[in-house]
Write a protein that binds this ligand. Structure first.
Ligand SMILES: Cc1cc2nc3c(=O)[nH]c(=O)nc-3n(C[C@H](O)[C@H](O)[C@H](O)COP(=O)(O)OP(=O)(O)OC[C@H]3O[C@@H](n4cnc5c(N)ncnc54)[C@H](O)[C@@H]3O)c2cc1C
Length: 377
């Protein structure tokens, strides 16, 4: 890990500084829009796959959207913007030597580095206590896991096998997943009792931070869908065929191998300029990064809002006199929970509303985001 704190100029004046972006997350996709940045740097993006947008993930699970609606392959964007793409994972980092080691064996040098690596389920599948040997455990990140879950359920629905699903965790993701599976079952016109869905919480009920009336609205919506809400403190027995872990997201696995400072359980330690603490020219954004004094929920919206700050600071970092700007997280953010069947619950601080309008707004915001990002093509 580099201990230099002064901002340094790239070593040679004859070439553009090399900006290495690891991970095609929200903030890095934003950078690929930015002409001033594209013209100042020689940019390489490293990602093993594609960008999957979590806002549309429950719609994909419910069968409302095709997987291609939810996915952006960075290859076409990179090609159009003159950015090199390497399909690989970051496996090692030497910030002193400014070298990144990739899973394909390549070692790339950089002058500036961006890390936008996302997050991983906080629990490993092996952490779950299975009460049956025929249980299948599903994780909700990366998002393609939810597509695999949909295909697995659909195979069994077509064979008219009965299925029981337990969702562990009744936050926004758990609620969305329960409702999406119910909507998928409805789409397959299952016989009564063929699909059981149970949403487990640890005593505080679904969406514990939502206003009390919004929670009552939600409980009524879950009941109408036949989704059982269970308090794990009173009922620990679980005999479901499928268990979905929606208990929360944590930092990407194996962060420690990069030798960067981390905030325990939260991610790579960054200051408000998104610069990794104690490094020179290394930035981190989105779910993988932890603002030292300001814990944030893992939401795509922070990655989106950090994009412009990151773009500005990467350029400013080339000039030792240019001030860096700070990311100021919003005090509250709009969150719209998809309940399926064209219904959603919108939450903004203490304000909330539920119904078709909320669902239409979510649909509009999600599809506009994807459209804006794809318009680079
Ligand atoms: C079911 C579900 C629904 C959600 N709904 C919402 C919602 O409605 N609104 C909201 O704001 N948030 C939502 N979230 C949270 C949201 O998914 C995350 O906060 C968001 O995806 C984080 O974005 P990011 O830009 O940090 O990383 P991501 O968008 O996850 O991108 C990370 C990228 O890094 C790449 N990567 C990872 N490791 C490496 C490596 N070693 N080398 C190279 N590349 C790597 C990955 O391939 C990926 O492309 C939801 C989450 C889930 C699970």
């Amino acid at each position: 890990m580099s201990s230099t704190t002064a901002r340094s100029r790239p070593s040679s004046n004859s070439r553009k500084p090399r900006l290495l972006l690891i991970g095609a997350g929200h903030a890095h996709l934003h950078l690929l829009h930015q002409r001033p940045l594209l013209s100042r740097f020689d940019i390489t993006l490293v990602d093993p796959g594609a960008f999957w947008y979590s806002g549309l993930a429950s719609g994909v699970l419910a069968g409302d959207h095709s997987p291609s609606t939810d996915r952006i392959d960075p290859a076409a964007i990179c090609h159009a913007q003159g950015v090199s793409l390497v399909r690989a994972r970051l496996c090692g980092l030497n910030t002193e030597a400014r070298q990144a080691l990739l899973s394909n064996g390549a070692s790339l040098s950089f002058d500036r580095l961006g890390l936008n690596l996302g997050s991983a389920p906080a629990l490993r599948s092996s952490d779950h206590q299975a009460s049956g040997d025929k249980q299948t455990h599903w994780q909700i990140k990366p998002i393609p896991h939810l597509l695999r879950l949909r295909h697995s359920l659909e195979r069994r629905f077509r064979r008219r096998q009965s299925v029981s699903v337990e969702i562990l965790g009744a936050g926004a993701s758990g609620v969305e997943i329960a409702c999406a599976i119910e909507a998928l079952g409805r789409r397959h016109q299952l016989a009564a009792g063929a699909l059981t869905i149970c949403l487990r919480h640890r005593g505080s009920g679904p969406l514990p931070e939502a206003p009390a009336r919004a929670r009552r609205y939600l409980l009524a919506a879950l009941e109408r869908r036949g989704i059982l809400v269970v308090d794990s403190r009173h009922d620990r027995h679980c005999s479901a065929s499928d268990i979905v872990d929606a208990t929360g997201l944590g930092p990407p696995r194996g962060l420690e191998r990069f030798g960067l400072p981390v905030v325990d359980g939260r991610g790579i330690a960054i200051d408000p300029s998104l610069k990794v603490q104690g490094t020179d020219g290394v930035f981190a954004s989105g779910d993988c990064a932890a603002l030292i004094d300001h814990p944030l929920p893992r939401l795509g919206v922070h990655g989106v809002r950090q994009g412009p700050v990151l773009a500005h600071n990467l350029i400013a970092s080339l000039d030792p006199k240019a001030p860096l700007t700070s990311y100021r997280p919003p005090a509250r953010a709009l969150s719209i929970v998809n309940l399926g069947h064209g219904e959603a619950l919108a939450l903004y601080g203490n304000a909330w509303w539920g119904g078709r309008l909320a669902s239409r707004l979510k649909h509009h915001l999600d599809l506009s985001f994807m459209q804006r990002t794809r318009n680079l093509l």
